[in-house]
Ligand binder design. Structure first.
Ligand code: ITT
Ligand code: NA
Length: 176
């Protein structure tokens, strides 16, 4: 059994569908350090959650990186989603020459041996919102003709930043 420390049920759904072991969501709100690096944020979060809970845990830190904005909102994606909302992010991106963007996710696992991180990324572009699945920025992120919100969990996992990070994590767990 694996413990996933996250406040986000959408992330937990994706991890449950993808990892071979059972995944229990733990809703402990670990303090997020201020950093430009998702890997640093995830590693610090995993370390903190492991210390607090005393059990092996993993966390996932993710963000949307828009090329025309030099990667913004990136590590500030959660704040920007809350303050502006995804429709306004899309409207701003539409005024730029390029709508290219990348989702990135870093899964960090902590146990008594230390911390391991696993990264995944996927390219796409920002489009007017379509679809009702997924969460967060999924309706405005298009990959090969479909937005992530138009995909079911399995389809999204097969190509997504989180799916790729989880696949690496799963391989590492299996080899350990
Ligand atoms: P945690 O408790 O796990 O930290 P969170 O939702 O705060 O949950 P992040 O800080 O990693 O997670 O999320 C950064 C932002 O990026 C937030 O606005 C999410 O909605 C969004 N996001 C993360 N993964 C996403 C995905 O797969 N699809 C769409 N939006 C995503
Ligand atoms: Na977060």
């Amino acid at each position: 059994m694996l413990r996933f420390v996250t406040s986000n049920p959408g992330k937990a759904r994706e991890a449950r569908e993808y990892l071979p072991s059972e995944v229990e969501r733990v809703d402990y709100d670990y303090p997020e350090i201020q950093s430009e690096s998702l890997a640093e944020v995830a590693a610090a979060g995993a370390r903190d959650a492991y210390r607090e809970l005393g059990e092996p845990v993993f966390v996932d830190d993710a963000g949307l990186f828009i090329d025309a904005f030099d990667g913004f909102p990136g590590p500030y994606s959660s704040y920007v989603e809350g303050k502006l909302g995804i429709e306004r992010v899309q409207a701003l991106a539409e005024r730029e020459e390029s709508q290219r963007a990348r989702f990135r996710a870093v899964v960090a696992y902590a146990d008594s041996e230390g911390i391991e991180t696993f990264e995944g990324a996927v390219r796409g572009r920002i489009v007017p919102a379509r679809g009702s699945g997924g969460f967060g920025y999924d309706p405005i992120f298009e990959h090969r003709g479909s937005t992530f919100a138009e995909m079911d969990t399995e389809e999204k996992n097969a190509v997504s930043h989180r799916g790729r990070a989880l696949a690496k994590f799963g391989d590492w767990l299996a080899e350990r």
